[in-house]
Design a protein. Structure first.
Length: 116
């Protein structure tokens, strides 16, 4: 596997911290298992299946600025050997921001007063 593809796959920590946070915020097991489900829809609302240029204006705007689109573009470029532009930088930035927010939120939830 190409070194760049392995690097792009290293985005896993942001999903982990976000999932930990969603589990901590949940009141029961059913909610904890279903709360991350909307995240599964995000790749379908990106450039993974159709080019964003072919989408209606509102959906195109969302698809161009959501976290999965730069990741998809980076993976596509690395696997096909085409230029990736600033997609890799955007992917790393999205991953770092979401991981930091998830970590801080999870830490706050974990350290909260259990009597509440």
């Amino acid at each position: 596997m190409d070194r760049g593809v392995r690097g792009a796959c290293a985005d896993h920590p942001w999903r982990s911290w976000l999932s930990v946070t969603l589990g901590l915020v949940s009141k029961n097991v059913e909610v904890a298992s279903n709360l991350p489900m909307p995240l599964l829809l995000l790749p379908f609302l990106g450039s993974g299946f159709v080019p964003t240029d072919s989408m209606p204006a509102g959906l195109r705007w969302f698809a161009e600025y959501q976290p999965f689109t730069p990741f998809i573009e980076t993976m596509r470029g690395l696997l096909l050997g085409t230029a990736i532009g600033n997609s890799a930088l955007l992917t790393v930035a999205w991953c770092a921001i979401i991981a930091l927010i998830g970590y801080r939120w999870a830490l706050k939830l974990y350290n909260r007063d259990p009597s509440r």
